[in-house]
Design a protein around this ligand. Structure first.
Ligand SMILES: CC(C)(COP(=O)(O)OP(=O)(O)OC[C@H]1O[C@@H](n2cnc3c(N)ncnc32)[C@H](O)[C@@H]1OP(=O)(O)O)[C@@H](O)C(=O)NCCC(=O)NCCS
Length: 166
């Protein structure tokens, strides 16, 4: 698999790749994707991602298109509940449906792990992510004041598989 960007492949208009479960061997790839997608203050280092990927209940899905890693989702499923820990798609591959497919994959994994509810926190400033989750049937269920280092608030959102079983 290629390490990250390959300018020759920037022609994807609609995601037709795969989402594959990955483990600690992919920590460097995950860190590169995270660094490419998030602002510096929000990036997670490779060591932290390696620890998380092997932590209890964690499942990580890497989106791959034409051998290029383009995004990933990491969730933790414990005791009937799941939490999306992070989700990102590299800027060159955004707005092609990768994010939506990663969210759908996360929902599927949570169901397989018998987690009926999925929680996540999203910055009140992150309109793109909020809209993505809302379109995928997450509803706002709380607010965490001063959640982020810059003092901004986080919306708590939740997906309830019992209510979205059809
Ligand atoms: C939030 C994020 C994951 C979304 O990923 P994405 O791959 O762009 O998501 P999608 O492509 O599935 O959907 C985004 C938009 O593209 C549109 N889209 C999807 N497929 C499309 C296509 N083939 N052509 C045109 N537009 C398309 C969707 O309708 C959606 O539109 P909207 O913003 O008007 O609702 C991405 O912006 C990101 O990584 N941001 C930085 C990190 C981040 O904020 N992570 C979330 C932390 S909680």
């Amino acid at each position: 698999m290629r390490p990250l960007y390959n300018p020759l492949v920037l022609v994807m208009t609609s995601f037709t790749g795969q989402i594959i479960p990955v483990g600690p061997d992919y920590a460097a790839v995950l860190a590169a994707l995270h660094a490419a997608s998030f602002a510096v203050a929000e990036q997670w280092p490779e060591a932290a991602l390696r620890d998380l990927v092997v932590s209890y209940g964690t499942i990580t899905g890497l989106a791959v298109w034409n051998d290029n890693p383009v995004g990933f989702v990491m969730l933790r499923c414990v005791a009937g509940e799941a939490e999306i820990l992070t989700l990102c798609v590299t800027p060159d591959f955004q707005k092609c449906g990768v994010g939506a497919q990663l969210v759908a994959w996360a929902i599927q994994q949570a169901k397989r792990s018998a987690a009926d509810v999925i929680f996540l926190e999203v910055s009140c400033k992150n309109k793109d992510a909020y809209t993505l989750y809302q379109k995928n049937k997450f509803v706002q269920s709380g607010l965490r004041k001063n959640y982020y280092p810059d003092g901004s608030d986080a919306f708590v959102m939740q997906y309830d598989s019992q209510k979205n079983s059809s």
